[in-house]
Each structure stands twice: as structure tokens, then as C-alpha cells.
Design a protein around this ligand. Structure first.
Ligand SMILES: Cc1cc2nc3c(=O)[nH]c(=O)nc-3n(C[C@H](O)[C@H](O)[C@H](O)COP(=O)(O)OP(=O)(O)OC[C@H]3O[C@@H](n4cnc5c(N)ncnc54)[C@H](O)[C@@H]3O)c2cc1C
Length: 432
């Protein structure tokens, strides 16, 4: 079968099998050769790609819920969307959620995903109490902060390279409504948006759309969206996808002029300043999930997301340089997002560090990768790193500099036989 992930690059020939029971999974794991777990394929690059994969989506039962403390036990193939549809009407919502609900619980743990509230709530692992992990020999171990804590720290953010996460116990947060009190601010440049992030950092959620084609005085022109759960409004939610992109857009549709037009339109149609308006939770957290197959707008050749984070002390200077360089290159990105991250969590390969993160979607084209190599050097010089779940091209050297704990992670893989059993195109490229 042909296999790819959200960026639709690369596409490979792979053997894939579904599992519905632990026994079916064990048979796949103990077979000769290597494999990797595949959740909902929402990672952008090659972390879930391998010549042999196991699909987790049919292993998708919700096992238990404790309404006293919001702890839910479920199998790894359950999606965040399924958790929301079952628990939001009962007054519970995810404690940490990325910008899409169309991912599996296993994928959320393996990438240790973060959301708009990283500065106050940390990564997804902060709401994971425990999980069961299948190791190379097919044995199952329970991992938590107390039990097998070494495996817990390596698996959260470990990109499926320590084993297959089978079930997990995660903690939901109590909410009173399916609405958010949202504040929107237009900011003329990087200085203003940094100021706004600091000003609103007491609110649990904040994110900014950023115009990457502006430079000079207007570099970093952006729109901040911040908010908190509302205490009024119903708990009902409608999660259907009303619109879908029906075909691949031709490559020429996306160029610096179309993106510039879109960016101007977007910026000027946002309100200059609005405080605490009531908006439904779904478009606030998941604006793109209402458009099916939106990845087709980047054309047949696919796209990638370049996501970097810089330490706080270097963020202003570093981002100014990087954004000016991007604008000069003219590589337009409709989706460019800035986030404020909180402190690191001590997991081997979790991405966020205290500082600012920038993410841009970019169409794959000939001149892209050499240009991103140049950006990599700036990111490393400023003490930052790139996000593994978005990556499809980072070099081994950039990985090692960005993730100083790579060595202890690699040692664990070596000593526990994971290196031969759980591999992806990414792990082989990074030699981890
Ligand atoms: C529109 C959009 C918005 C996004 N926004 C954010 C965001 O705000 N923040 C953020 O952090 N990420 C974000 N992401 C990325 C996404 O959340 C992660 O890539 C997530 O891991 C995808 O989960 P998945 O189930 O699709 O996993 P896959 O893409 O299938 O796999 C991702 C990784 O998880 C591993 N994996 C999957 N299941 C298991 C398992 N059962 N056991 C062990 N390993 C497993 C895979 O081997 C692979 O390494 C976004 C993605 C999209 C498309």
C-alpha cells in the first residue's frame, strides 16, 4: 500500500496491518523485522512512516471514566474528537489539546503535543497519569511517574521509538460550557505581539497568527487570540466537517502574491481589539478541522511544517532575524503561528522550551530545503530546536544540538532492543 502523513511528503510503499486486540499487536511486534505505530497520520513528516506499520485506529475503546476526578482510561486509537464528543456534554474537556482534534491518544503521547496553554499547563504528558507500553519482545509494562519512570520520560515525546502505547489514563479538566471568552488584538510588529503575549499570559490560552511576508518595521505583524473557558453557554458541540477541498490545487495557486493578498485580507478583517467575546470552543481550538483535506491546497507535491522554538532570552532577536529572512526569501505561508511556551518538562525528546515557538506551513519545492538548512543554523545558533512531529528533513547534527538528551534516549533504545524493532524513516535519518 501507499503510505504518507499529513504533509503528503514523502509517499512510500509500506506493509500495514490493523490491530484490535493486544494479541494481534503482539504477533506483529514479535515477527522478524522492524515496525512503527501509525495513529491518525496527522504528523506532518516521516515519524510514522516505515516499510511496516501497525495501525492503531481500530484499538479504540473507552475503558473507564471516574467522574470524581476526570480520569479517563482508553485504548491508544481513541481520537481526541471521540473524547470531546463523549465528555464535553458531561462538562469535561481535554486539559491539553493541539490545533486539531483528529489525532489519536497514542499519537498525542508519542509526540507529547502541546496546545495554546503550554505556558500554564505544559505538554500532553502533564495530563497523562499512566500508560501501558508494548516492548520489543511483546511484553507489556505499565509506565507512570512512579513506575518505570525512565520509560515514561522516554516514551512521552519519543515518537513511537520505545514501543507501542496500548492504553492510557488521562486527566480531563472540568468546564462549564462549550464556549470560550476570546480576546483578539491586532499587533503591528514583533515588539507589539511580544508585549501582548506577556500582557495576556495569565489567560490559559493564547496564540497568534503571524504574517511572514512583512519585514522591516512591520516584521512580525500579527493577530493575537487569547481566551479562557466561559462559564455561560451550553455544553453542546457540533463536530461535523461541512466543507472539504475536493482536489489537489495546482502548484501555481500558492505563491508570494497570493499569500500576500491573503495575509492583508486576513489581518485587516480581524477586529483591531475585542475583549472577552463569546465564541464556540470548536473553531477557537480547531479552526482547520472544519475543512476536510485542507492539505490538498499545497498541491500534489505536498508540504511541510517548519516549527522551531527559541529560548525566551533569544526569542526577540532570533525571531526578528528569522522572520526578516523568510520575508526576503518570499516563501509564503498561509498558516504561520506564534506561541508562548512554558518551561521544559524533562522528557527526553519533548519539544517545547521556555520561549517562543514559530510554525509555518510551506509547500515542498526545489529551493525549500536548502533555505530551511540556512534557518536551521540560525535556530541552533540561538539555542533553539525543531519539532520532531513536523519534521521531514532535519539533519542528525541539528537534531543532536537541539535535543541534548538524545544520547540517553539512544542508549535506552540500544539496551532494550528497541533500536532494531521500532524504527521510522525519521529515526533512521537521525540515527537515533
Ligand atoms: C492541523 C494540525 C494542527 C496541529 N497542531 C498541533 C499543535 O498545536 N501542537 C502540537 O503539538 N501538534 C500539532 N499537530 C501535530 C499532531 O498533533 C501530532 O503530529 C500528533 O502526534 C498526531 O497524532 P496521530 O494520531 O495522527 O499520530 P501519527 O501522525 O500517526 O504518528 C505520530 C507519531 O506518534 C507515534 N505513534 C502514534 N500512535 C502511537 C502508539 N499507539 N504508540 C506509540 N507511538 C505512536 C508514531 O509512530 C509517530 O512517531 C497538528 C497537526 C495538524 C494536522
Amino acid at each position: 500500500m501507499k503510505l504518507t502523513s499529513w504533509g503528503r511528503y514523502p509517499r512510500i510503499e509500506a506493509e500495514g496491518s490493523h490491530f484490535e486486540t493486544t494479541e494481534q499487536l503482539r504477533r506483529q511486534v514479535v515477527r522478524d523485522g522492524n515496525l512503527i505505530a501509525y495513529g491518525m497520520g496527522r504528523s506532518y513528516g516521516d515519524s510514522a512512516l516505515n516499510e511496516r506499520v501497525v495501525f492503531s485506529r481500530r484499538f479504540n475503546k473507552i475503558l473507564h471514566f471516574d467522574p470524581e476526578n476526570g480520569l479517563v482510561a482508553c485504548e491508544c486509537g481513541v481520537s481526541l474528537q471521540e473524547l470531546i464528543s463523549v465528555f464535553l456534554p458531561r462538562g469535561w474537556f481535554l486539559s491539553v489539546t493541539p490545533g486539531t482534534r483528529l489525532i489519536s491518544v497514542g499519537g498525542a503521547i508519542a509526540s507529547d503535543v502541546h496546545g495554546k496553554n503550554h505556558h500554564v499547563a505544559g505538554c500532553f504528558s502533564s495530563c497523562v497519569d499512566s500508560f501501558e507500553l508494548m516492548l520489543p519482545g511483546g511484553e507489556i509494562v505499565l509506565c507512570s511517574r512512579e513506575e518505570n519512570s525512565r520509560l515514561f520520560r522516554a516514551t512521552c515525546g519519543g515518537m513511537g521509538l520505545t514501543g507501542v502505547i496500548l492504553t492510557a489514563v488521562i486527566r480531563l479538566q472540568k468546564v462549564k460550557s462549550a464556549y470560550i471568552r476570546e480576546t483578539v488584538k491586532r499587533c503591528r510588529n514583533l515588539e507589539e505581539i511580544f508585549h501582548c503575549f506577556e500582557q495576556y499570559q495569565k489567560l490559559p490560552y493564547s496564540v497568534a497568527w503571524i504574517d511572514c511576508l512583512e519585514s522591516g518595521d512591520q516584521v512580525g505583524r500579527s493577530v493575537l487570540m487569547a481566551g479562557d473557558h466561559a462559564d455561560t453557554g451550553s455544553l453542546d458541540i457540533d463536530l461535523h466537517q461541512p466543507v472539504s477541498v475536493p482536489f489537489d490545487f495546482p502548484g501555481f495557486c500558492l505563491n508570494r502574491y497570493s499569500v500576500k493578498l491573503f495575509n492583508r485580507f486576513y489581518y485587516h478583517t480581524r477586529p483591531a481589539s475585542v475583549e472577552k467575546r463569546l465564541v464556540p470552543l470548536d473553531p477557537f481550538f480547531y479552526p482547520l478541522d472544519s475543512i476536510g483535506h485542507w492539505n490538498r491546497i499545497y498541491g500534489k507535491g505536498g508540504f511541510t511544517q517548519y516549527q522551531l522554538v527559541l529560548p525566551k532570552s533569544a526569542s526577540y532577536e532570533g525571531l526578528k532575524l528569522i522572520l526578516n529572512r523568510i520575508a526576503k526569501q518570499g516563501l509564503g505561508s498561509f498558516l504561520a503561528v506564534l506561541k508562548l511556551c512554558g518551561p521544559e518538562n524533562g522528557n527526553d525528546l519533548s519539544f517545547p522550551m521556555e520561549g517562543y515557538s514559530l510554525a509555518l506551513d510551506l509547500k515542498i519545492e526545489k529551493k525549500l530545503f536548502p533555505f530551511l538548512d540556512e534557518l536551521d543554523r540560525m535556530v541552533i545558533d540561538y539555542g533553539g530546536r525543531l519539532y520532531l512531529t513536523k519534521d521531514v528533513r532535519m539533519s542528525k547534527a541539528v537534531f543532536r544540538k537541539g535535543y541534548p538528551q538524545w544520547e540517553t534516549f539512544a542508549e535506552l533504545r540500544e539496551t532494550m532492543g528497541m533500536k532494531e524493532k521500532f524504527t521510522s524513516l525519521q529515526s533512521r535519518r537521525l540515527e537515533v
